[in-house]
Design a protein around this ligand. Structure first.
Ligand code: SF4
Length: 54
């Protein structure tokens, strides 16, 4: 389904998230980013905590 409320400031490729837009943007106004590691050193160490399963 094509979305009309993509946020061009937040690129995201996580298709499994309910906030994902097929144009590879997020549809939320803001997102919360966090980490699951005590000492993050690279991108895979951080998470989008606004993720919600479709
Ligand atoms: S909430 Fe996070 S994971 Fe979901 S589409 Fe937006 S940026 Fe991507």
């Amino acid at each position: 389904m094509k979305c009309t409320n993509e946020n061009k400031s937040i690129r995201c490729s996580v298709e499994q998230c309910r906030h994902h837009c097929t144009t590879n943007f997020c549809t939320l106004d803001t997102v919360s980013i966090g980490t699951h590691e005590p000492n993050p050193t690279e991108p895979k160490c951080v998470d989008c905590n606004s993720f919600e399963k479709k």
